[in-house]
Design a protein. Structure first.
Ligand code: KE4
Length: 429
């Protein structure tokens, strides 16, 4: 496959952008090779600057549930842009999208829009501490909540001690109040609550994990977190930046029937533009400035272009049969990949929730970050490149999730499975 122009652009970009990218995972450090520079997207397809076409399962890391350049979104953004791109003043668009979010997400009575998932979770954490008057939080090894200091802690093993920074520049004081437990391990969470009784402000969790690879919550895990938070007076914070409007219209909380106290949203809610949100019960959200004393602000919060894109996206997703279609296509894909890998004699498993999915080259069940790291990441890298060469664009890291859009037709899924059959044969050696 010709990647000359991507290679040239990457060499130039590395001189002026750290690592040649504006977000680390895009640099292919996990799999090696030349990151593809994209010229445009259309439906389920990406086109790179060397005129190669790819079936896209990254979809900008989740937002593009309608596919690339959806006509309704393009029209809404264009119309709004002609009226102005940002005012720094309230618009009806923000209330329209807020109403859609409140109607969709069971636990949200009030919502605040921000510009990134990081901003949403950082603000939600501040709110949980303001609401409870407590300092410590519990997170899960392998869950990613954006790059706010408090979340950048080393993924402790077992029932972790206090958090140690996982990045230079993050102060020990910023992570000293962050406790870590293994995903799916309720006993570890209960032990942390007992050891820190009265001190835990919040439990933060990706209700379906998408940043350690794709890992489903075990039966009873999410209800167990709800029970423990009620028992110990802590806020349950669902980071639904990836799962919101993705696994179901009401997010993972609708899929699993567990109501958090605060929900963070992102990705799909902005329709591919920079928008995210945090929301919850009125009594909690009324603490947020200027209604209350908890400060949070943003120049481009509720940006009209992003609101317009989000409104079109959510209205499209309200159409009858949308989530049934997304789930059915994703099931066909995962079953086809699993069957092809089995025939090739490779240790492989694929799982899904709605149109969010993922796979590991592992025979044993993956339930947390420790077991995810035992999967064959070298084989993942070879599979990634074998598929890329065949025009299928997967996440360039084992520790990510994958997505399907409404633009992924049955024919596209069949072509993907055919490419996987050839790729499995190539990599099994
Ligand atoms: P952003 O700040 O990247 O908009 O959102 C942070 C975030 C928060 N919570 C969850 C569950 C997330 O998945 C994310 C961001 N996801 C990554 C993909 N693993 C975005 C891709 C990237 O970092 O470039």
């Amino acid at each position: 496959m010709n990647t000359q122009r991507s290679a040239a652009l990457f060499a130039q970009a590395q001189q002026i952008l750290p690592g040649g990218v504006n977000s680390p995972v895009r640099a292919y450090r996990g799999v090696g090779g030349v990151p593809r520079f994209i010229s445009h997207g259309e439906g389920a397809y990406l086109y790179d600057v060397d005129q190669n076409r790819y079936i896209d399962y990254v979809l900008s890391w989740g937002p593009l549930i309608l596919g690339h350049a959806h006509p309704g979104i393009v029209e809404a953004i264009s119309d709004q842009a002609r009226r102005g791109t940002s005012f720094g003043a309230p618009t009806e668009l923000e209330s329209t999208l807020a109403e859609l979010v409140i109607d969709a997400v069971p636990s949200i009575e009030m919502v605040r829009f921000v510009s990134s998932g990081t901003e949403a979770t950082m603000s939600a954490l501040r709110l949980a501490r303001a609401y409870t008057g407590r300092e410590k939080i519990i997170k899960f090894a392998g869950c990613y909540h954006g790059h706010a200091d408090a979340f950048l802690v080393q993924a402790g093993s077992g029932v972790a001690t206090l958090g140690l920074p996982d990045s230079p520049g993050v102060l020990g004081s910023a992570t000293a109040t962050t406790l870590t437990a293994p995903f799916n391990d309720l006993d570890a969470v209960e032990a942390l609550f007992k050891q820190n009784d009265g001190q835990i402000a919040a439990v933060a969790v990706e209700p379906v994990a998408g940043n350690m690879g794709f890992v489903l919550p075990r039966e009873g895990f999410l209800p167990g977190l709800r029970r423990l938070c009620d028992q110990y007076g802590a806020v349950l914070l669902f980071d639904e930046v990836m799962t919101g409007f993705r696994v179901a219209y009401g997010g993972a909380q609708a899929m699993y029937g567990v109501q958090p106290d605060i929900t963070c949203l992102g990705k799909v809610v902005g329709g591919g533009l920079p928008a995210a949100a945090y929301g919850g019960r009125r009594e909690i959200m009324q603490l947020v400035a200027p209604a209350g004393p908890m400060y949070q602000a943003g120049t481009l919060s509720g940006n009209p272009l992003a609101m317009a894109a989000g409104i079109v996206t959510l209205r499209e997703l309200q159409q009858p049969g949308v989530y049934e279609r997304l789930s059915a296509v994703t099931s066909t894909l995962c079953q086809g990949l699993w069957k092809a890998a089995f025939k090739a004699g490779l240790p492989f498993q694929a799982h899904k929730a709605g149109s969010m999915w993922g796979f590991f080259f592992a025979a044993d069940e993956v339930t947390d970050f420790a077991s995810a790291k035992k999967s064959d990441t070298a084989l993942f890298g070879r599979f990634f490149h074998a598929m890329l060469e065949r025009g299928v664009y997967l996440a360039p890291s084992q520790f990510e999730a994958a997505f399907v859009s409404l633009a992924h037709s049955d024919e596209i899924v069949t072509a993907t499975i055919d490419a996987a059959k050839a790729s499995f044969a190539e990599i099994r050696g």
